[in-house]
Design a protein around this ligand. Structure first.
Ligand SMILES: NC(=O)c1ccc[n+]([C@@H]2O[C@H](COP(=O)([O-])OP(=O)(O)OC[C@H]3O[C@@H](n4cnc5c(N)ncnc54)[C@H](OP(=O)(O)O)[C@@H]3O)[C@@H](O)[C@H]2O)c1
Length: 342
């Protein structure tokens, strides 16, 4: 098998460090792995798969000679450097939100819309973690009976904001548990420990939905190819959980789908595990989803008052299938379909 030179941009971050783990776990055909981070981390050593990698800063010289780059260093960095990596001959799988809604950039959930990757022009975007987790459960339903309306409420882990947010939750929790005043929030607008924030990301001027809620609605449409006739409404909340996003989704389908049929459909779906025996307190939970690639779906039941409508509870690891695993799977499918360097 050919081997590829792989760049990991944002290698010291929450997503980038998980990408490094996933590359090693999946035996990705990497001849070389090159970690990139900011100037602050230049030269920093990362232990990886029995060897030591040294972080590079971004410069016209350091970005040469790569086949594929898995990028997660934020939108501003990606906007500048992804095109430069492409110019230098690499194909970029980008985790940031910057490229996702560009018409000529495919937005790919591996296993859901793989064929979209065929049209890439150098950059393939990875969806937002909340959208990704939801797509794993909704795509099989959409394919079988169609979607008419989605009402989504999320309960999102702090690792979705990055490494510093995990530290903020830990520090605040430690203080509260020791009877001390928690340190002032730096990352979130309010204390996150022992709290729930009905705000994920920011409110743009004049919009009463957050940027995260807008992403969930817009990216869902793009990935599933839904037109404006399908109604989507999202409310995103941040909860004091380290890893694993949970989502409550109320789904009206085109044709009737019973809870039993829905369970059978999802049980057959690759990357989805049905956990649905409420009588034995068996349902998807963030701590059960954390650290694994499968998305868990349960609490599947009819809406008591709406026809052709089911309620689902979904949990998935935002850093694994929600970001890193999907990025690596997309890179694998680019290799399988001979789409690198396109
Ligand atoms: N966390 C998630 O669940 C998730 C899921 C999907 C997508 N994403 C997206 O992925 C991106 C990264 O998220 P994260 O949670 O991993 O953030 P993070 O933990 O804060 O990590 C950010 C990474 O970017 C690097 N970086 C920052 N500025 C840079 C620069 N000027 N040049 C080069 N590297 C730079 C950092 O390097 P230093 O260590 O040197 O600062 C670090 O490696 C974001 O765009 C986020 O929206 C995150």
């Amino acid at each position: 098998m050919s081997e590829y030179r792989v760049g990991v941009l944002g290698a010291t971050g929450a997503v980038g460090s998980t990408i490094l783990e996933v590359i090693a776990e999946r035996d990705f055909p990497a001849a070389e792995v090159v970690p990139f981070a900011s100037e602050r981390s230049a030269g920093r050593e990362i232990e990886w798969n029995g060897s030591v990698l040294r972080c590079r800063p971004l410069s016209p010289e350091t970005i040469q000679d790569l086949d594929v780059v898995l990028s997660s260093a934020g939108g501003a960095v990606s906007s500048e450097w992804s095109p430069r990596f492409v110019e230098a001959g690499a194909t970029v799988v980008d985790n940031t939100s910057f490229w996702r809604m560009y018409e000529d950039v495919p937005l790919v959930v591996a296993g859901v819309n793989d064929e979209a990757a065929e049209a890439h022009k150098g950059i393939v975007a990875n969806p937002n973690c909340t959208t990704m987790v939801m797509m794993m459960a909704l795509a099989p339903i959409h394919r079988a009976v169609g979607l008419e309306r989605l009402v989504v409420s999320t309960y999102q882990a702090v690792s979705g904001t990055g490494q510093r947010a995990i530290e903020e939750l830990r520090a605040q929790s430690h203080s509260v548990l020791h009877g001390e005043d928690p340190p002032a929030p730096q990352i979130y607008p309010h204390q996150i420990a022992f709290n729930v924030l009905p705000q994920v990301e920011v409110f743009k001027e004049g919009d009463d939905y957050t940027t995260e809620e807008r992403k969930v609605m817009a990216e869902t449409r793009k990935i599933l190819g839904l037109d404006d006739g399908v109604a989507i409404s999202a409310t995103c909340a941040r909860v004091p959980v380290v890893s694993g996003h949970s989502e409550s989704v109320n789904v009206r389908t085109g044709e009737d789908l019973s809870p039993e049929e829905c369970r059978a459909l999802l049980a057959d779906a690759e990357g989805v595990v049905v956990v649905d025996d409420p009588a034995s307190a068996s349902y998807p939970m963030a701590i059960a989803a954390a650290g694994r690639d499968d998305v868990l779906v349960g609490r599947i039941r009819r809406d008591p008052d709406q026809e052709r409508t089911l309620n689902l509870w979904i949990a998935g690891d935002n850093l694994r299938k929600g970001a890193a695993t999907n990025a690596v799977q997309v890179a694998e499918l680019l290799i399988e379909r001979n789409l690198l360097g396109g």
